[in-house]
Design a protein around this ligand. Structure first.
Ligand code: GLU
Length: 442
């Protein structure tokens, strides 16, 4: 008897560009779904298009997922599985579900124009089904090569979508999809079905732009005697004003967000709830994100994404990180000195992004360019001469500044700001009482 089915999902990016928040939302859904049920999450690189796929984009995809903590259990590359697709295509040919067609893109364009002009939907008319063997050899004699279309069964295609609810599409309203191009390149529509069946994918979660693909793919699963997985089509992201996200992709690539100091956990936490009926909350760990994840709680309407909201969540996420959470990134950072727990707890509440922590680490090591107003030169000289003896603790600042207040009559900003600027080189920052004992070179 077969054992229980393990939830298996995949994220299937084409390595033709950098990942952006919209792609990562798909990755987060698939990852969280697998992790929430102890299942398997596969990274599938959809690189059947040799012209547009680039190894450096595949590397960038891995790097982004890694940085976000979206670990995958297995990686597969479609370019290494071409034999399987060819074999599946042969089986479809043998059952007369894959037929050759010879129209050029221009001819197809004219056909659909004519259809539209007479009020008909631009669905491929299956003219190629009527070609005789002689027609074919004549066309091939003219140098034409066939592309191959899947013969849809003109019935209603139905599935219970986990996000969109019950779906029903009339197969007659869709063109027979091209599965193999005239240059022999196998297309995603069949490659994905072969992989999903072969890899035991239980849930396909992807954007709503794939709904029509799903309808045709459900018939391809059936024609190949594979079991169709469950489907969930999430809404697409728009900008804050409802505009399509693609226009602004540059600034919303994961690489860009990383360079901008956004916390990876904030990205995952936000994307795993945005557009669902659950609130977006700051999370302490990826496990917390996984814990409440429920794909059925997402709505079908386009979902607004606002990078300003992400920045807020990122800052709050940073403030909530414990020292143990930051240890591993300390190893990767430029900070080579010992960083104490105390420094992290003194500084974290003032940070907007991680790079500022690196600045504070430098400052406590004595790499400071003191800012001293000419009017304060004398006062600062006096203050530095009156520094209390080490060891310092959190009471030292108060002792020192009270004494200076008594000596000079300065108070409030006039007392504190010149000292902060002299010691840290900045106008703002963590509480000086906490920071002072951490300043190593004074
Ligand atoms: N490579 C496809 C894409 O990026 C994958 C779609 C799917 O998840 O099946 O759109």
């Amino acid at each position: 008897m077969a054992g229980p089915v393990v939830t298996t999902t995949r994220f299937a990016p084409s390595p033709t560009g950098l990942l952006h928040v919209g792609n990562i939302r798909t990755a987060v859904f698939n990852w969280a779904l697998a992790r929430a049920s102890g299942g398997t999450f596969i990274l599938r690189i959809d690189d059947t298009d040799p012209e547009r796929s680039r190894p450096e984009f595949a590397d960038a995809i891995r790097r982004d997922l890694d940085w976000l903590g979206l670990t995958w259990d297995r990686e597969e590359r479609q370019s290494e599985r071409l034999d399987l697709y060819a074999e599946a295509a042969d089986r479809l040919r043998a059952s007369d579900r894959l037929y050759p067609a010879y129209e050029t893109p221009q001819e197809l364009g004219l056909k659909s124009k004519a259809q539209l002009a007479t009020g008909r939907p631009p669905v491929y008319d299956r003219a190629a089904r009527n070609l005789t063997a002689e027609d074919r050899s004549r066309l091939e004699g003219e140098g034409r090569k066939p592309h191959w279309r899947f013969l849809l069964d003109h019935a209603r295609i139905q599935w219970p979508d986990l996000v969109l609810g019950d779906q029903s599409i009339d197969a007659a309203s869709v063109s027979d999809p091209v599965l193999i191009r005239e240059d022999g390149q196998v297309l995603y529509t069949i490659a994905s079905v072969v992989d999903d069946a072969d890899m035991g994918i239980t849930h396909v979660v992807r954007g709503a732009d794939h709904v029509t693909n799903t309808a045709t793919q459900i018939q391809i699963f059936a024609a190949l005697q594979g079991r169709a997985p469950e489907f969930a089509h999430h809404s697409l992201l728009t900008g804050p004003g409802g505009e399509g996200l693609s226009k602004r992709l540059g600034s919303l690539s994961i690489a860009e967000l990383r360079a901008g100091g956004i916390e990876p956990l904030a990205i995952v936490a936000m994307l795993a709830r945005l557009g669902s009926s659950d609130p977006i909350e700051v999370r302490a760990s990826l496990d917390d994100v996984i814990a409440g994840f429920d794909i059925t709680r997402f709505g079908a309407a386009p979902t607004r994404f606002d990078v300003a909201e992400l920045k807020l969540i990122s800052t709050k996420t940073l403030h909530g990180l414990a020292f143990d959470d930051i240890k591993s990134r300390l190893l990767l950072s430029d900070i080579t000195k010992d960083i104490s727990r105390e420094l992290w707890s003194a500084v974290r509440g003032n940070l907007e992004s991680w790079s500022e922590f690196e600045d504070w680490a430098q400052i406590t090591e004595g790499e400071v360019s003191p800012q001293i107003d000419p009017d304060d030169l004398e006062f600062v000289a006096l203050a530095l001469g009156a520094l209390p003896p080490r060891p310092w603790d959190e009471t030292t600042w108060k002792t020192w500044t009270s004494e200076l207040k008594a000596k000079t009559g300065r108070k409030g900003k006039a007392l504190f700001l010149p000292l902060r600027r002299a010691l840290t080189g900045r106008d703002h920052g963590p509480e000086m009482a906490k920071l002072m004992p951490l300043l190593k070179k004074l």
